[in-house]
Write a protein that binds this ligand. Structure first.
Ligand SMILES: *[C@@H]1O[C@H](CO)[C@@H](O)[C@H](O)[C@H]1NC(C)=O
Ligand SMILES: *[C@@H]1O[C@H](CO)[C@@H](O)[C@H](O)[C@H]1NC(C)=O
Ligand SMILES: *[C@@H]1O[C@H](CO)[C@@H](O)[C@H](O)[C@H]1NC(C)=O
Length: 385
C-alpha cells in the first residue's frame, strides 16, 4: 500500500470512528434538544415547582429555632433563585424556537401565571431571567434582563396554582378521608405507631397522621439542605422511613375521581382549552407558565395518571411540560407530548407515555381521554347538595 492510499485509509477510518461516536452518543443520550423533532413545536404549557426555600414551620424542640433564615420563613432561598435561573436556561435550550424573533416579552406570545406565594412569584421571575433574556441588540436596559408580567390571582380565586379557591364539597370529602382513612393508610398508621410516638416525643408536637409526618419531613429536608446538623434522633427515620409516608400524604389530595377533577382537572382544562384554541387560531400565544407547588404537580400528574413515570414527591424546580406539535401524520390536527424535568440540573427531559393515548397522541384523542377531568363550573360542582 503506498503512502497516500494509506493516508486515505486512515482518514476514512478516523472519519468513520468520529461518525460512529456521534451516532453512539445520540443513541446513548436519547433525544437531544436540537433534534429535528422540536421544529414541529407550536405551543407549550410549563408547570413547575418553585425553587429551594426556607421552612414554613419549625417544631417546638427544633435545635435550629433561632437560625436566621434569609427572607424569613417560606421564602425562596439564594440556592432556589439559582435553581430557577438554571432551569430557565435549560428549558431555553429546548424551547427557544417558540420565543418571539425579537426576543422581547409580549403578552401576545406568552402568559405567565403564578401562585400568589412570594416564593412562586420570585421563582417565576428568576426562571424568566434564564429562559428569556433579551437579545443584546434589542435590549433597552444595560443589564441582560427584561421585565415580564406575572399574573397571580388572589388565593381565594385561584383554582390553578395554589388551588385555594374554596370548594366545600372537596373539603368535606378530604375531612372524611382524614377521619376515616383508606385501608392502606390505616395499615401505615398501625405499622408506624411506634414511629409516631417517637416523633411526637422528640419534636414536642403531636405527630399522629401522615400529614404531620409530611410537614416534619419538609422541615428536616430543608434544614439538612441548608447545611444544618440534624438532631441524633433523626438517624434511621429521616429520610428513608418518613419519605413513603410523606408521599402517601401528598397523594391523598387526589384520592377519588372527584378530587382528581377539582385539583388536577382545573389545570388540564386550562391547558386543553389553550391547545384547542391554538389549533383553530382563536388564541396565538405559544407559551403558558404555571409557577406553583409540589402538591400542584402531584395533583396534575395523578389526575392524568403519569406519576408512576416521574416522582411522587417532586424536587424543587421539577417541571412538567405539555408540548403541542404540528403533526405530519394527522391532517388538521396536532400532536401532544408530555415531558418531565426531575430538577433544575436536568438538561434533557424524560418523555412520558400518556395513558389511554397511544403515541403519536393527537390533540383530538388527548382531549377525549381528558373529558372526565374537564371543569366548566367549579363553584357549582363544589356545592354540597
Ligand atoms: C394528636 O392528634 C390526634 C389527631 O388530631 C388526636 O386524636 C390526639 O388526641 C392528639 N394527641 C395529643 C397527645 O394531643
Ligand atoms: C391569530 O393569528 C391569526 C393568523 O395571523 C389571525 O388570523 C387571528 O386573528 C389571530 N387570533 C387572535 C385571537 O389574535
Ligand atoms: C401506579 O403504581 C401503583 C402502585 O405502585 C398502581 O397501583 C397504579 O395502578 C399505577 N398507576 C398507573 C396509572 O399505572
Amino acid at each position: 500500500m503506498d503512502a497516500s492510499r494509506k493516508g486515505l485509509t486512515i482518514s476514512v477510518i478516523l472519519l468513520g470512528t468520529a461518525l460512529c461516536s456521534v451516532m453512539l452518543a445520540y443513541f446513548v443520550f436519547g433525544d437531544s434538544n436540537d433534534a429535528e423533532g422540536l421544529r414541529t413545536l407550536r405551543m407549550i404549557a410549563i408547570l413547575f415547582r418553585h425553587g429551594d426555600r426556607s421552612p414554613t414551620e419549625l417544631y417546638p424542640n427544633d435545635p435550629h429555632q433561632n437560625h436566621p433564615w434569609p427572607g424569613g420563613l417560606g421564602a425562596l432561598s439564594e440556592k432556589g433563585s439559582q435553581q430557577m435561573y438554571n432551569l430557565g436556561k435549560n428549558l431555553h435550550m429546548r424551547y427557544y424556537r417558540l420565543l418571539p424573533p425579537n426576543g422581547l416579552y409580549s403578552k401576545d406570545d406568552i402568559f405567565i401565571g403564578s401562585s400568589a406565594a412570594e416564593r412562586c412569584l420570585m421563582s417565576a421571575q428568576t426562571f424568566m431571567a434564564g429562559f428569556m433574556p433579551p437579545l443584546e441588540s434589542r435590549n433597552p436596559l444595560p443589564i441582560p434582563w427584561q421585565p415580564v408580567a406575572i399574573h397571580a390571582p388572589p388565593r381565594d380565586r385561584d383554582i390553578l396554582y395554589a388551588q385555594k379557591q374554596p370548594c366545600p364539597k372537596y373539603d368535606e370529602v378530604l375531612k372524611r378521608l382524614y377521619i376515616n382513612p383508606p385501608a392502606d393508610i390505616v395499615e401505615i398508621n398501625q405499622k408506624n405507631a411506634e414511629l409516631y410516638k417517637r416523633l411526637t416525643k422528640e419534636t414536642g408536637q403531636n405527630v399522629s397522621t401522615i400529614l404531620d409526618v409530611e410537614f416534619l419531613y419538609n422541615t428536616l429536608e430543608i434544614e439538612k439542605n441548608a447545611g444544618l446538623t440534624l438532631p441524633d434522633w433523626t438517624e434511621g427515620v429521616f429520610p428513608d422511613r418518613m419519605l413513603p409516608l410523606a408521599e402517601r400524604s401528598l397523594a391523598l389530595f387526589t384520592e377519588t375521581p372527584f378530587m382528581k377533577k377539582i385539583k388536577g382537572g382545573t389545570i388540564v382544562t386550562d391547558i386543553v382549552d389553550n391547545m384547542v384554541k391554538k389549533r383553530s387560531g382563536l388564541q396565538n400565544r405559544s407559551i403558558f407558565i404555571y409557577s406553583s407547588h409540589d402538591v400542584t404537580l402531584v395533583n396534575f400528574m395523578r389526575a392524568i395518571g403519569i406519576i408512576n413515570e416521574t416522582s411522587r414527591k417532586p424536587d424543587y424546580a421539577a417541571t412538567i411540560v405539555v408540548e403541542l406539535h404540528h403533526s405530519v401524520i394527522y391532517e388538521d390536527d396536532f400532536e401532544v407530548k408530555i415531558v418531565y424535568y426531575f430538577n433544575s440540573e436536568d438538561k434533557f427531559p424524560k418523555e412520558l407515555s400518556i395513558p389511554n393515548c397511544e403515541s403519536p397522541c393527537s390533540l383530538t384523542a388527548f382531549a377525549r381521554t381528558m373529558e372526565t377531568l374537564i371543569v366548566r363550573n367549579y363553584n357549582e360542582i363544589c356545592q354540597i347538595v
